[in-house]
Ligand binder design. Structure first.
Ligand code: AP5
Length: 216
């Protein structure tokens, strides 16, 4: 099974994707995580991507599409995929459709997470991420039991560099301009579900998992 999680910055895609991928046995393909890993490693792609990410802009389609195609060559991709934050433009959606078709696969369901801007800003401003293993927390809604350290690996919790207020504003504008229309592409294919993400984490997980399990 192949699923896509769409939605604006901070809506909770990554939080839900980690849990749904684990429970459904899918490979979690988060382009933001792949790009941050490339930046951390200082690869050529990472160096190119960093400027776009720090400015809250989208990394060019050809770079992201290539990273996704490379990711799909890994062994664990065979068990099924959960795309988190990809596709984000019409060109990325066309590339994903084409790549999956070549593999004899398709997107079975798209979950489009939605919440008011005030909720997104509150979630982003309180997000803390483990600098070592990238686990995600929130100072109010999902606090680490170890304070400023990660529950899983003990790494220090930090704020993402693109979670500064001025960058968040740019990311929200880019989402409205370039990404909000991607849902429309899937709505036409009949594989689209809008998800009310202005609910507690557990209520959203139960809703999404229930829908995903009915597909399998
Ligand atoms: P990316 O990393 O994908 O960021 P994003 O889409 O902006 O999404 P976020 O990671 O900010 O939010 P999320 O929806 O995953 O929320 P989360 O679960 O963390 O992309 C970063 C950058 O990389 C982009 O700006 C771009 O430059 C580049 N990029 C990535 N993909 C690209 C692509 N395809 N094409 C081009 N460029 C690309 O939750 C947020 C916080 O809220 C957390 O603290 C969490 O604990 C908390 N929370 C979650 N759910 C709830 C809830 N229900 N109630 C209360 N708190 C909650």
């Amino acid at each position: 099974m192949n699923l896509v999680f769409l939605g604006p910055p901070g809506v909770g895609k990554g939080t839900q994707a980690a849990q749904v991928a684990r429970e459904m046995g899918l490979a979690h393909v988060a382009t933001g995580d792949i790009l941050r890993a490339a930046v951390k490693e200082g690869t050529k792609t990472g160096l190119e991507a960093k400027g776009y990410m720090d400015a809250g802009k989208l990394v060019p389609d050809e770079v992201v599409n290539r990273l996704v195609r490379e990711r799909l060559e890994k062994k664990d991709a065979e068990k099924g995929l959960l795309f988190d934050g990809y596709p984000r433009t019409g060109a990325q959606a066309a590339s994903l459709d084409g790549t999956l078709k070549e593999l004899g696969r398709r997107v079975e369901m798209v979950f489009d997470f939605q919440a008011p801007d005030g909720v997104l800003v509150e979630r982003i401003s309180g997000r803390r991420t483990c600098g070592k293993c990238q686990a995600s927390y929130h100072v109010k809604f999902k606090a680490s039991s170890k304070g400023d350290a990660c529950e899983k690996c003990g790494g220090a919790l930090v704020q993402r560099s693109d979670d500064r207020p001025e960058t968040v504003k740019a990311r929200l504008e880019v989402y409205r301009k370039d990404t909000a229309g991607v849902g429309e592409h899937y709505r036409k294919t009949g594989t689209y579900a809008a998800i009310d993400a202005n609910r507690p984490i557990e209520a959203i997980s139960a809703d999404v998992l229930g829908r995903a399990k009915r597909l399998s």
